[in-house]
Design a protein around this ligand. Sequence first.
Ligand code: PEP
Ligand code: MN
Length: 341
Amino acid sequence: MMIVMKPNATSEEIEHVVARVRSVGARAHISRGEEVTLIGAIGDREHVQRLELDGAPGVAQVVPILKPYKLSSAQFGGGERSVFEIGGRRVGGEHFALIAGPCTVESREQLLETARACRDGGAVMLRGGAYKPRTSPYAFQGLGQEGLRLLAEAKEIYGMPIVTELMDVRDIEPVLEVADVVQIGARNMQNYTLLSEVGRAGVPVLLKRGLSATLEELLMAAEYVLKEGNERVMLCERGIRTFETAYRFTLDLMAVPVLKQLSHLPVIVDPSHAAGRRDLVMPLSLAAAAAGADGIIVEVHPNPEEAICDGPQALRADEFADYAAAVERAAAVAGKVFAAA
Ligand code: PEP
Ligand code: MN
């Protein structure tokens, strides 16, 4: 249930409603909008209904949240889009976040050279994997703790917030030391214990859509993070499995406007993993930006031919600035401006 407070409701009245919601064993999630405060009561609907909060002081109305996902629903956003801060950068709303960097941290030189090109080109955050989900257990699995140390160094030098993947709850401590955003990979989208753990950690999350997950399943996964009181979740479309074999995955760009109708959360697009090929990254990026995506996460490498992982899809670092300028123009079509670095 969602309790809509009156525009002039006092903080005592809000606290009173929260206490009553909790008294029946439900969780109360407060969302303070520009005009009104909404309280999401997540728990047994009948118990909450029996409280008859319609009549409580400061309450405008009590309405059911109809979707199975609650806190991530557009309804709970009260018609407003989520805008939040990550390392001093704003994400969501009219802000466009360009996140760029290597697939995998391979070496100090590779990471720092990529980071410089990304920062100079206008990227607001640096991506880079230290723990890699690889299809083959015999493939390079990432530098682990050494990769995290190099990311910390790149952050120190270039001042960019870091986006890096967490695959296993056992690595959460060292990852949180450097990550400004924890990436949950497509293969872990339904790892519910991992989702709850990053929810409790309170760190911003980039949640990638599973290879064959529906939008509803993606939003239910986001719900696991949100229900722990962590509001900073970005949804990421990265391509899904279809019958088409001409490219690696099918980038579902319809997910951008539809997710934005279903949810208040920012929507990021990953053209690199969908395409699997460099030549498709630019057209997909322009289309994503023009479709209203809140950002793009893209792979970049100084020398893709020698990349250990995902080289064929990586943009060349020396071409990144031109790429970013084109994406900026496409984002402007959708009324978005690049988040200030
Ligand atoms: C990645 O970002 O490098 C990655 C492995 O992505 P995904 O989980 O979408 O495959
Ligand atoms: Mn990759």
